[in-house]
Design a protein around this ligand. Structure first.
Ligand SMILES: Cc1cc2nc3c(=O)[nH]c(=O)nc-3n(C[C@H](O)[C@H](O)[C@H](O)COP(=O)(O)OP(=O)(O)OC[C@H]3O[C@@H](n4cnc5c(N)ncnc54)[C@H](O)[C@@H]3O)c2cc1C
Length: 434
């Protein structure tokens, strides 16, 4: 039958393309469908693309450390098929401050030891010598800028930090997605763009195709929802939105793009920083700039939206993040011109993704990426392709969940961790840190 594929992947972001690549390598006839005009144009395009190796859980850290190896060897992973125009991975390292909120990183240090992830402990003086622009006083708890106490430190110095030399960022997340698309096409993968899926076709109690907004029907017995912030809408089309225990929804977020303090080359000498003392994360950006995102401090209201109808303008959040960062870097130039991005995270109830089958046979989900799965995309591709193969071969992943071998770090994780029907994971940071 024409218009029939082994698998239809709804979405051609970094994760949709990684899944497509892995299934194409296994010899499946793959079709990625996206309503945008090109791959990586959805939430992937605005990603800070930070590659860090620390999460709050064993599985989170293991997956991230495995993922780091793919970014380090990007061309090899793509089987050297993108001769030109490869996205670049900058290995500048990542530092996370020890704070009361993260229990002085006891858990993360322990996880790093278990997984043999290299790290260094830095005292406040060392931080100051490497990052002379930093004021290393404590400012917590994170406050709203209208708070009378905002910007006043509590006369104590931070308790140091943990620096992970293996980590950094990808300079162009959209280009990385195009690299994956090309690698997938080389293996026979197919893509259609400007094509909005408006219906999931079901036959004999299983997913069997999709209908596009132009009326065209495309058939497959395997459909994967990788629709990013639209994941909940696609689950609704499949009629399974109320069946998953863990739900996903779209959260508005803002990232600020500001110049580094003068006299410091943040692009060259800076690194990725998670600073829960001021509620911000940051990374170097081209042109000696800094990207600043929020770590969902308690004092900030979360703005959940309809991904098809929301206010794409910057709000007071932009200002709050820049002023909070200026507590740490008192010489941070505060400009009146607002630069950065406004976009959506696809947030799950515990900020851990759902990588799972569903209650509708043939329908799978790689969703709820909660602002923290760009780095894990290559591993998610391997994970989902193995999971789909496992289920389509007649195995019951619910009663007998699959293990995933992480080949670079030589560890195994059980995929029930990402189940749609798990209890909310109490170990999660319940923030973008996962
Ligand atoms: C501002 C921001 C900063 C981030 N920073 C980081 C970071 O530093 N590190 C990190 O690891 N992660 C980060 N993330 C998260 C990371 O970018 C995402 O987890 C990842 O890009 C999700 O990829 P995806 O392929 O699942 O989704 P997307 O890239 O959103 O792709 C989904 C695609 O589905 C398509 N689609 C939706 N509905 C339909 C439909 N009905 N029909 C057809 N197509 C449809 C969309 O057009 C879209 O292209 C960040 C995210 C944001 C928004």
């Amino acid at each position: 039958m024409k218009n029939k594929y082994d698998v239809i992947i709804i979405g051609a972001g970094i994760i949709g393309c990684a899944i497509g690549f892995e299934l194409s390598k296994k010899g499946w006839k793959v079709l990625n469908i996206d309503k945008n005009p090109a791959s990586g144009y959805g939430s992937t395009s605005t990603s800070c693309a930070i590659i860090r190796v620390y999460y709050s859980t064993f599985e989170g850290c293991a997956m991230a450390y495995e993922g780091y190896h793919y970014w380090k060897n990007w061309s090899k992973y793509l089987e050297n098929c993108n001769a030109r125009d490869l996205s670049r991975y900058i290995n500048c390292g990542c530092m996370i401050y020890k704070t009361e909120q993260n229990n002085y990183l006891k858990k993360i240090i322990n996880l790093a030891k278990q997984l043999d992830i290299p790290y260094e402990l830095w005292e406040a003086e060392k931080i100051k010598s490497i990052l002379p622009i930093a004021d290393v006083h404590q400012y917590s708890p994170v406050k709203s800028v209208n708070d009378d106490e905002f910007g006043i430190h509590n006369n104590k110095v931070l308790n140091g930090s943990v620096f992970f030399p293996n980590g950094g960022y990808v300079t162009d997340p959209q280009l990385a997605t195009r690299n994956l698309q090309y690698a997938s096409e080389k293996k026979g993968g197919n893509f259609i763009f400007n094509s909005n899926v408006i219906k999931i076709i079901k036959r004999n109690g299983r997913a069997s195709g999709v209908v596009l907004s132009n009326g065209k029907e495309i058939f497959s017995n395997v459909i994967v929802n990788v629709a990013g912030p639209h994941s909940m809408k696609i689950n609704k089309l499949a009629g399974i939105d109320n069946l998953n225990k863990i739900k996903t929804k779209a959260l508005k977020v803002e990232v600020c793009h500001v110049p580094s303090p003068v006299n410091f080359n943040f692009e060259k000498d800076g690194f990725v920083i998670s600073d829960s003392d001021i509620g911000c994360y940051s990374r170097p950006e081209t042109g000696n700039n800094i990207l600043i995102g929020g770590e969902e401090p308690e004092c900030d209201k979360k703005i959940f939206v309809d991904p098809d109808n929301w206010d794409k303008n910057f709000s007071e959040q932009w200002n709050a993040q820049v002023l909070r960062q200026a507590q740490r870097y008192p010489d941070l130039p505060i400009s009146s011109s607002i630069r950065g991005v406004v976009d959506l995270y696809d947030v799950s109830d515990d900020w851990i993704p759902i990588y799972d089958k569903s209650d509708l046979p043939g329908y799978y989900m790689a969703i709820g990426t909660s602002g923290n799965q760009f780095k894990n995309a290559p591993v998610a591709g391997v994970l989902m392709s193995n999971l789909i193969e496992y289920c389509e071969n007649g195995n019951d992943h619910d009663s007998n969940p699959l293990d995933l071998n992480l080949k670079h770090i030589k560890r195994k994780i059980n995929l029930s961790f990402f189940s749609r029907n798990r209890e909310v994971n109490k170990d999660s940071s319940m923030s973008v840190l996962g």
